[in-house]
Design a protein around this ligand. Sequence first.
Ligand code: F6P
Length: 544
Amino acid sequence: MATSLTKLPAWQDLERHRRAVSGTHLRQLFDQDPERFGRFSLRLDGMLLDFSKQLVTKETMRLLVALARECRLEGSIRSLLAGERVNFTENRAALHFALRAERPVLLDGRDVTRDVAAVLAKLRAFSEGVRSGEIKGASGQHFTDIVNIGIGGSDLGPALACEALAPYAIPTLNIHFASNADGHAIAAVLGRLDPGRTLFIVASKTFTTQETLANASTARDWVAAKLGIGAAAAHFCAVTAAPERAAEFGIAAQRVFEIWDWVGGRYSLWSAIGLPVALAVGMDHFDALRAGARAMDEHFATAPLERNMPVAMGLLTVWYADFHGTASTAVLPYDERLRLLPAYLQQLEMESCGKRTTRDGGVTDYATAPVRWGTTGTNGQHAYFQLLHQGTHVVPADFIACCEPHHRLPAHHDILLAHFFAQTEALMRGRTEKEAEGEMRADGLDPEEIRRLLPHRTFPGSRPSTSILLRKLDPGTLGALIALYEHKVFVESVIWNVNAFDQWGVELGKRLADRVLAELADADPVSGHDSSTNGLINHLKAVR
Ligand code: F6P
């Protein structure tokens, strides 16, 4: 079906519609429809999603939903939730929602939620033991520091959640993350820790990931050097779908927390990969995180496509990527605690839908995942917002903030939110020549200066954004927010007809790195690559 996506009637209607509305400014859309905010905003529990500042009309949304129906989105959602092997290139289901489900989820006739419950019970006992000091290191000291060693999905989700939920964390446990193969990263972490009080989590679904195994070996050697070889086992636990490899590494079976092949790395936060979160904020809050995601699952599964948050967001991505040629989208959390959300979404969105091969093995003749980037507001305002307002690229942006902060400092939150609201309004409205001229006149500029500066001080406006307001950043709203993006990505993958759950694109570089690593072992010059790669490797060999 993929190669014929652009031939679908709804696609062609959307192309015609895009041409018809192409000159329409967002200001006009607001002027024409006083109900626009109500029409294009959705609410779920503590979350408000406002997409009224997107370049859409009622007709746009009707056509996008028609496209979703022509791509059989409703059936695909049912297949996902029914445990079908939607990850067909790896012959696996994608049951991340089962990690937070309250109802049975069957895979080949077996209710996987029972396995999940058993691992969660083990996780509860272990995390409570560590938090209470009952579970100790080899020399009898309780743990004060946890180091999660993992990368990609075995790092980004727990790192995001630990930072976002810091107000719920116990102060007696510090959580650290070491992911990069670069030894500076693990060296910096180890350099500030006491081995007798440090617990390592080796988090790797496959337990074959080179970066993780290198960091884990370094950590094990560090513990052994300081506390003796026999001490290491008391300072390690693992989360993996390959318990036999964890055992070979020397981790005791009762310290291995299982995940399953039906949990994709970038969808694994809700599984035992969330152990750092359970240790930091406690199992009850980890359960609340999962409950927030479950509420979003329910909404995704039951709300009509027309009132469905992940569907709206996914269809908007398609609208811009395929009908406006948009190559990148920004995520701008106006909340320091969501500092890691852009990195998390980069993996979720670009590893899931950064593909050109369709489900039937063809090649798309349309664009798929745009590049995702962003940092926190207001910092970004003093860096790249210039481009968002006046640059030549239109970058649809997601603005995210919380109504209530956790701190009690006066003034800050109103300043922060004032910037959030002002930026979305400024992007939408822009500034006409008449407005710019009026302002400059009011500022006392003379007519010659006004004439000279006018082009520089006008803003085109009509730059689209979505606003997400959370009542408060708590475990439930964070869970719902992350699940919103997970399902948005699924919607996009259905329209684009790509498999959201594999990641073959990361393999080639890994293979080549193995070959190069062997070549770096000696000083002999290499000649088997292209001249650039040969030149770079030989330069290194010559200078070191
Ligand atoms: O290389 C990409 C990837 O496979 C991601 O999809 C995954 O999250 C990451 O590596 C880590 O994998 P693992 O948990 O098996 O170490």
